[in-house]
Ligand binder design. Structure first.
Ligand code: FAD
Length: 419
């Protein structure tokens, strides 16, 4: 990679943060609080575009679970459960859900915890929080360089990062920094700037990057016409769904192309690991098979309509099962119980990563030390969704970005000030 700046400016700082999402902004904040001179580089004209999108349907900032419960919601390719929990406990202890709520409060953003344990700002939106956060960063002396796309990195002698301008007016630049935090996000919703193109740059530098895949996303499957006509867009609530050994309770939603819903999102990692992704759905998780059978006991025919009445299946589920079982209606009470307690749904592909809420894959944790520094690139730290962790919706994603941003920002500050 050639580093001959043409007319580009050469800048100097202690910590260069690349990517103006929540992970990068948090890293910039803690590094600046630690006394470092920080510049944030962002390819968009403004920071936090995906963070703003996340606030559209109600910004789920974190979850009120304890650190131990929280850590159980993360998965990391190549690490077993004990290792993942150890890793995440340490990361969360550096900036835990309580600290995140206090931090939001210090910006004048009050939060509340819903009955599900999910934590939201009272106003539900991200814009007021982002505005005050950027103001605070400016007060701390953080400089912002917008419309700068990171294109390369050199660690020989000095750490140098190269940027090209993303508009006619913006010329590129080279920055010489004591340390850098890369927080370039995943590859979902590329219109917000998270394109995942950084993956090629790091791979060329010898860093292992696991393929970027869709997570917290819909899956494709073919529905009988009757199911689509009567159930599209309607939630199947309070179902227990399993994929392989993983099992969750939540909601599924029939869509034109297949399925969406919180329960499906939570099973993403398990589904991706299966050669033939298949869901087993229990539509009556609070009733045992025996009790259902007893309640259907006297029925001799029309098992589905009898079950709909006696088991109170509800309109959406009854329509769903009617469409699904049209060609092979249950011919016994046992078969009816099986259809409701152990319904097998074979899925096709996951929806494209561009549509997903988040991205699995990214910079492998095997490349990093415990401060999130890339071992083969001394002084370069990584934070946020570009790391190869995965988590369901529920506030775990943003909390993960804030916690890794805190860790990387503090470590980058220590690295540059101790040299
Ligand atoms: C529709 C939607 C709703 C969501 N809702 C929630 C929610 O309620 N709760 C929750 O926990 N999570 C939610 N998420 C996920 C959450 O928004 C992300 O996990 C989080 O924004 C990731 O933060 P990040 O800082 O790692 O990356 P990003 O927010 O993706 O930021 C990365 C930044 O890096 C910049 N960048 C990329 N490449 C370059 C480059 N080469 N040079 C310079 N800059 C570059 C990008 O422009 C971008 O601004 C939602 C996501 C979506 C899409």
């Amino acid at each position: 990679m050639s580093f001959t700046p043409k007319q580009e400016t050469v800048l100097h700082c202690d910590v260069a943060v690349v990517g103006g999402g929540p992970a990068g902004l948090r890293a910039a904040e803690v590094a600046a609080l630690g006394g470092a001179r920080v510049i944030v580089f962002e390819q968009n004209p403004s920071v936090g575009r995906k963070f703003l999108v996340a606030g559209k349907g109600g910004l789920n900032l974190t979850h009120e679970a304890s650190v131990d419960d929280f850590a159980m919601h993360y998965s990391v390719a190549g690490l077993d459960l004990i290792q993942v929990q150890g890793l995440w406990r340490a990361l969360l202890e550096g900036f835990d859900p309580k600290a995140l709520r206090l931090w939001a409060g210090s910006l004048g953003i009050e939060t509340f915890s819903a009955s599900s344990g999910r934590v939201y700002p009272k106003e539900m939106k991200s814009a007021p929080l982002l505005r005050r956060w950027v103001e605070r960063l400016r007060c701390l002396g953080v400089e912002f360089r917008m419309r700068q796309r990171w294109t390369g990195l050199r660690t020989r002698e000095k750490l140098q990062l190269e940027f090209c301008g993303t508009s006619d007016e913006a010329t590129g630049c080279v920055v010489e920094a004591g340390a850098a935090v890369l927080a370039l996000g995943g590859a979902s919703w590329p219109q917000t700037g998270s394109t995942g193109i950084w993956s090629d740059i790091l791979t060329k530098l010898g860093v292992e990057v696991a393929p970027l895949e869709a997570s917290n996303c819909g899956w494709e499957c073919e529905w009988p016409q009757e199911v689509l006509e009567r159930c599209e867009g309607k939630p199947l609530k309070n179902v227990r769904v399993s994929a392989g050994k993983a099992c969750v309770r939540g909601e599924l939603l029939v869509t034109r192309y297949g399925m969406e819903g919180g329960a499906l999102y939570a099973l993403g990692a398990a589904l991706r690991a299966l050669p033939q992704p298949t869901l087993i759905v229990d539509f009556k998780p609070d009733s045992s098979a025996e009790s259902l059978l007893a309640r259907l006991g006297s029925a001799r025919r029309n098992f589905l309509s009898e079950a709909a009445m006696r088991w109170r299946l509800g309109e959406t589920l009854t329509c769903f099962l009617t469409g699904l079982l049209k060609d092979s209606p249950p011919e016994s009470a046992d078969a009816m119980v099986q259809a409701v307690k152990h319904c097998e749904i074979r899925l096709g592909k996951s929806r494209p990563v561009a549509e997903a809420i988040s991205t699995a894959g990214g910079v492998s944790f095997g490349e990093l030390d415990e401060t999130l520094m890339v071992r083969r690139l001394p002084g370069v730290f990584v934070a946020g969704e570009m790391l190869a962790w995965d988590a369901p919706t529920g506030g775990y994603l943003l909390q993960g970005c804030f916690s890794t941003g805190t860790c990387a920002g503090e470590a980058a500050c220590r690295w540059t000030t101790n040299r």
